[in-house]
Design a protein around this ligand. Structure first.
Ligand SMILES: Cc1cc2nc3c(=O)[nH]c(=O)nc-3n(C[C@H](O)[C@H](O)[C@H](O)COP(=O)(O)O)c2cc1C
Length: 303
């Protein structure tokens, strides 16, 4: 989730129990051209470990070179994107389009696997006719990939309908390597449900973590049979202020664009959040902490 997975937010979700985090997808071609902007997207910090980077591309040679860069940067693992539905990614035969040319997909997977020693995973959507993802997953296993992550929706589906967890059951029964589930997991209850239904080896949470980094703690609680811990105003405020500290550490005032995105969601559903959001869009970087403190102080006063 490239524009959402800043290092500060990933640090926060690690603190709340995410066992592994992924950076958003990065273009292999951009990386190997030593494009400074692209390179800055694959920074990491000790606080976020274990952390995987994700690359997309359709050229086996470029993908292998980019994979080496990711390894040299110190990432704990690398994910090959075979699921992105964005037209600019599909147009060059990468992302979910990898499934439409399985011969090339095999060449990509093989060269990436050979290029690095770190764990390699592949993330995919459902193939257009419902079988291509199975074929690609079999290729990945054959070529020594460590895990397959499936978001069981087709490109055409976008984010509509429900993720078809039944497809994860099918994949799990076919592979010996790890299978991770993605799609519509947003609470301790849906986490337990997908584990129970699919027997998958792990779960990825995307949208459900936005504005709710506590979802990972909720999953751990559910796994150990504990009632979900409540997130009170004090904890919410503390998490936001910590998030701003981490943004300061990693991005300085360039963190403002991330803060505007995430803070809007952190206060979703709270009283007078639309007023807070409007102020947030106007505020300078140096004003953010006061804005947050004042907002929560007022909330506590009216309670
Ligand atoms: C804004 C946004 C950005 C995303 N970026 C990526 C990405 O960079 N790489 C990727 O593999 N999936 C990406 N995804 C897909 C998610 O990883 C996930 O598979 C999908 O959202 C379904 O899971 P969820 O219901 O937990 O969100 C993105 C999804 C959203 C909504």
């Amino acid at each position: 989730m490239s524009e959402w997975n800043d290092l500060a937010f990933l640090s926060l979700v690690r603190e709340y129990g995410a066992d592994l985090v992924f950076l958003g997808l990065v273009s292999a071609e951009g990386l190997i051209r030593d494009n400074l902007k692209t390179k800055s997207l694959i920074r990491l910090t000790e606080r976020t470990r274990p952390i995987f980077a994700q690359i997309f591309g359709a050229n086996p040679y470029s993908m292998a070179k980019a994979a080496k860069i990711v390894e040299e940067e110190g990432f704990d693992g690398l994910d090959i994107n075979a699921g992105c539905p964005a037209s600019k990614v599909l147009r060059v035969g990468s992302g979910a389009a990898l499934m439409e040319d399985l011969k090339n997909a095999r060449a990509v997977v093989k060269s990436v696997r050979k290029a690095v020693k770190i764990p390699v995973t592949i993330k995919m959507r459902l193939g257009p006719t419902g079988t291509e993802h199975l074929k690609l997953a079999a290729i990945a296993e054959d070529e020594g990939v460590d895990a397959v992550i499936l978001h069981p929706r087709t490109v055409r589906q976008g984010y509509s309908g429900r993720a078809d967890w039944g497809k994860i059951v099918e994949l799990k029964s076919m592979l010996s390597i790890l299978v991770f589930a993605s799609g519509d997991i947003k609470s301790g209850a849906s986490f337990m449900e997908v584990l129970r239904l699919t027997g998958c080896d792990g779960v990825l949470i995307g949208r459900g973590a936005l504005g709710n980094p506590w979802v990972f703690r909720e999953c751990h609680d559910a796994l150990t049979g504990k009632d979900p811990s409540r997130v009170d105003l004090q904890e919410r405020e503390g998490a936001i202020l910590r998030y701003l500290d981490y943004l300061e550490e990693f991005y300085r005032e360039k963190g403002l664009k991330f803060a505007r995105r995430h803070l809007s969601l952190f206060v979703k559903g709270l009283p007078r959040s639309s007023e807070f959001r409007a102020k947030l869009q106007e505020a300078a970087w140096s004003q953010l902490k006061d804005l947050v403190r004042n907002y929560f102080e007022n909330l506590r006063r009216v309670k």
